[in-house]
Ligand binder design. Sequence first.
Ligand code: PLP
Length: 406
Amino acid sequence: MKTRDPNIAYQLLRHEIDRDTRPQFNLATFVSTYMEPEVTRLITESLPKNFVDSKAYPVSSQIEARCLRILADMYHAPREGNVDPVGVSTVGSSEAIMLAVLALKTKWAIRQDTSQINHRRPNLIISSAAQVCWKKAARYFEVDLQYVPCSNDRFVLDPLQAVNLTNDDTIGTTYTGEYEDVKAVNDLLVERDLKIPIHVDAASGGFVAPFISPELEWDFRLERVSSINVSGHKYGFVYAGIGWALWRSKDELPNDLIFHLSYLGAAQASFTLNFSKSSSHVIAQYYLFIRLGRMGYYNILRQIIAVASHLTRSLHNIGFLVLSKADGVHGIPVVAFRLNPKYRIGFDEFGLANMLDKRGWHVPAYNMAEGAANITLLRVVCRMDFTLTHCEHFIADVKSILLEET
Ligand SMILES: *Cc1c(COP(=O)(O)O)cnc(C)c1O
């Protein structure tokens, strides 16, 4: 390693990282690719603060607590006597899900007869379309997964199949992605008097449904919902990485998991997988809450949904089969589409993704989850910076590929 002038080091790196896809053209990701200059300034200014050092930076912790109160209200957490909500900021939904799985597993272990515990393994029931972090959590924390398969006309979990899979060692059922029918599962569990908790993976939907479909019951209004995760860096509009984990009450979060420490100069409780992180993202999340308010989130989401509807209509008119319901009412503003097998063209969805890539657009092609794996899809995640104009450019490029290549 040699010493360089800062300007030279900057230029060297700048030229190299410019080879990455421009984030605005990355239509694969849910993660925010735009933030206002005011908040990026706050982020930069807060980078030197280590969030975990709450003695030195008490305001950062207070801001986290305020964010948690806002989220707990959004998700209708019961707040008897105005007790503080039970939750924590994380690096993303993955960390939040790991914590939720640990809480479910620990609660299960407490319920077990200690003489039997070595012979039994807890299980979780999830959709075969669940995000990869569930597989990680299961492997890291030794929990069995039972999959409820998708089918060619159902890409979400079948509530009856899910509940039928439960047994004495079921520590929870989980939901992912596009508006699963949490209420149906909750009601079946209640009807059959099964004391099985539900964790809702609301990574993206947790910042869409409360604004667009406030009447949709999927959160702590349902009695079996014990914990919820959400990514602040998806439709919460913060850059990566921030997520949140919330529990219905203290009873859902076993004390064993909370570490009490004092060596940073104050007594504090710690329940995260990692320790140090910058305060920036928590502060950025709070900026968005005070900047946008409920109405601001609603208005931005409406715009995103309008673009998603426009894209859906245009792709349909071009001749694609659109499989998503990107209306914010049935699902998040994600447009999933495939080539109509009726038309014989010389390439498949993977080929189209490659050709889009050459034009600068990063759009993934992939096979659906188990049960519907014969279906290949392309997927565009509509975000704040995927404006109508940007969308028009995208549609024009898709059209020109179809004209040139067929
Ligand atoms: C994105 C996502 C995750 C993982 O979230 P990160 O915030 O990226 O860790 C988990 N579950 C679902 C449904 C997701 O969409």
